[in-house]
Design a binder for this molecule. Structure first.
Ligand code: C2E
Ligand code: CA
Ligand code: CA
Length: 540
């Protein structure tokens, strides 16, 4: 016995030897300090109590007694809690030695502290002290109440961060948060992302959403500077029995809606959930359609004739893609953004090129001179920013025996202005290969003239929005006329798209617009109809 206890003592481990009644037979100095008892006494006779990592009291004497009865050796982490000093954390083990039991204690404070900190970091944001989503939801679930769930987003956080740095941006975040808490002290908050947080407002709290929203949007004053906050608020008023997690999703959806619509305060509407679900389904179906070997089964291309305004000769066509899902038409306005987002827009361009080459071949077989025709492909900003775009385009065109001289690439104004230098170089290279560059939807992007002067392009397509009501609306006329004049001064031809009536045609011609596209001449046509359209016009 002496031998063993000497060995344990030499290892600097606190130990106690007890009998089955928990009477101390032998005790090391350290253990005596920890348990506050001496030899001969009952081990649990002092004012020390025992707790677990969560600070809940545990009945250590009973646990040890049971281990002895069941002849088990145990090992547990335990905090020794004193009325007059800090908790000591130890790993406690009980082993049997002949008729005695040796309880040893190894100091464990650092590990427990590290573990507690880790747990805290995973549930709580260290900068703001806000709970993360999971912890927030567990806390809400304990409340067993339904209230109002909000998502607050500081829309200009990113800008503040860029201009004044992270420290100021964080100050603004904390300021908005403190406004929330001083207005609604009973609200529970959680971190959502760098620029947003969520809150739960209990049902008994008086809450005037309009007033709250204006309060959040009052300007800030730091260091003699004024900051305009730009806070968006999405919220959902829970019904009895609603799951907090779903409510939180709803408040977050409302804020998404807020961000797209440019309004800043929005209550969640069920219609929005339906739209989002529709979008998600569409995305799933779209991915499935693209993964098929034969895109022709779901996609096809229509060709909308473009006419010379004066001679009315067909100058070419715009290739417009179509998707049918379970027999239903889905607009490109809906699926092009999906294709851009999932990075598969290039596949559609290749498909367009394939279909175009088939058309050109058929036209040639019918004896139509395709060299006088120019075919327009819509190119998305995502593609133009892809460094391999030109290679991909060239290889697709070569594979399909088309020439760049037959093709016009339509890019929207906004695509051209972001990343101006890079995009402009790309356009120059494309022109070098023989492609023509057309600026689509012109007039909607508010481009500055200085950009336009430096941009390498060949043609302007004035947006349909300025054509549709141009005959009646004098404001639209002003825009239309100045775009036409601008193009003329830059010696670039103009295409007016969306021309539906003869009055619009006359108006466009009067403003020296060179090319006309629109329902006045023709809707976008399937391949065979487009061929017949050309054949008829060739003979008249
Ligand atoms: P966009 O490039 O501005 O195409 C013109 C749109 O106006 C087409 O709609 C066309 O059908 C429509 N349109 C033409 N003339 C008239 C008219 O007289 N009246 C009216 N009300 N509409 C007219 P669509 O085909 O639905 O295409 C919508 C947009 O989808 C296109 O706008 C284009 O941005 C995009 N898009 C279509 N096909 C493709 C494609 O293959 N690739 C890419 N990246 N985008 C495409
Ligand atoms: Ca276009
Ligand atoms: Ca357009």
């Amino acid at each position: 016995m002496k031998n063993l206890s000497d060995q344990i003592e030499a290892m600097n481990i606190a130990y106690v030897v007890v009998n089955s009644e928990m009477q101390v037979l032998e005790i090391s100095t350290q253990a005596s300090e920890l348990f506050r008892v001496d030899g001969g006494q009952y081990l649990f006779g002092s004012n020390v109590s025992f707790i677990d990592e969560e600070f809940n009291f545990i009945d250590l004497p009973q646990q040890l007694r049971r281990a002895i009865e069941e002849q088990m050796e145990i090992e547990l982490e335990v905090g020794l809690s004193y009325p007059d000093k800090n908790v000591e954390w130890a790993k406690l083990s009980l082993i049997r030695y002949k008729d005695f039991y040796i309880i040893s204690l190894i100091e464990h404070g650092e590990l427990i502290a590290a573990r507690r900190l880790n747990r805290q970091l995973s549930t709580q944001d260290p900068h703001t002290g806000l709970l993360y989503r999971e912890a927030f939801l567990s806390k809400l679930n304990l409340l067993e109440q339904n209230g109002t769930v909000c998502c607050v987003r500081i829309c200009n956080y990113q800008r503040i961060n860029e201009i004044w740095g992270t420290a100021v941006a964080n100050l603004v975040f904390m300021e908005v948060l403190s406004r929330v808490l001083s207005e609604l002290p009973s609200a529970l908050c959680s971190k959502h992302s760098t620029d947003s947080f969520n809150l739960f407002i209990p049902p008994e709290t008086a809450f005037d959403v309009e007033r709250f929203y204006s309060l959040l949007n009052e300007p800030f004053h730091f260091n003699h500077r004024h900051f305009f906050s730009n806070v968006a608020l999405g919220y959902y008023v829970e019904k009895e029995g609603d799951s907090h997690e779903l409510s939180l999703n709803k408040a977050e959806m409302a804020i998404l809606d807020v961000l797209t619509e440019r309004v800043r305060l929005a209550e969640f509407q069920e219609e929005l959930a339906r739209q989002i679900e529709h979008q998600n389904n569409l995305e799933t179906e779209f991915r499935a359609a693209l993964n098929k070997d034969r895109l022709e089964e779901d996609f096809y291309v229509l060709f909308q004739p473009v006419h010379e305004a004066d001679s009315q000769r067909v100058a070419g066509a715009e290739c417009l893609i179509r998707w049918t899902l379970n027999g239903q038409f889905v607009s490109p306005v809906e699926f092009i953004p999906i294709a851009e987002r999932i990075g598969d827009i290039g596949l559609l361009t290749q498909f367009n090129i394939g279909q175009l080459s088939r058309l050109v071949l058929k036209l040639e077989q019918k004896g139509i001179d395709t060299q006088t025709l120019l075919f327009a492909l819509n190119i998305s900003v995502v593609e133009i920013l892809d460094v391999e775009f030109i290679d991909k385009l060239m290889s697709s065109i070569t594979k399909h025996q088309l020439s760049p001289n037959q093709i016009k690439l339509e890019l929207t104004e906004s695509a051209l202005i972001d990343n101006f230098n890079y995009v402009n170089q790309t356009l120059e290279r494309l022109q070098g290969y023989g492609f023509r560059i057309s600026i689509d939807d012109f007039g909607t992007g508010f481009s500055s003239l200085s950009y336009l002067c430096r941009l390498s392009f060949d043609e302007i397509k004035i947006d349909r929005a300025f054509v549709t009501n141009v005959v009646e609306d004098t404001k639209l006329q002003t825009v239309f006329n100045s775009v036409a004049l601008l193009a003329q001064n830059m010696m670039k031809p103009v295409v007016a798209e969306g021309v539906e009536t003869v009055e619009q045609l006359i108006y466009a011609k009067a403003k020296k617009v060179e090319y006309i596209q629109g329902f006045y001449f023709s809707k976008p046509l399937p391949e065979e109809e487009f061929i017949n359209y050309l054949l008829e016009r060739q003979h008249t």
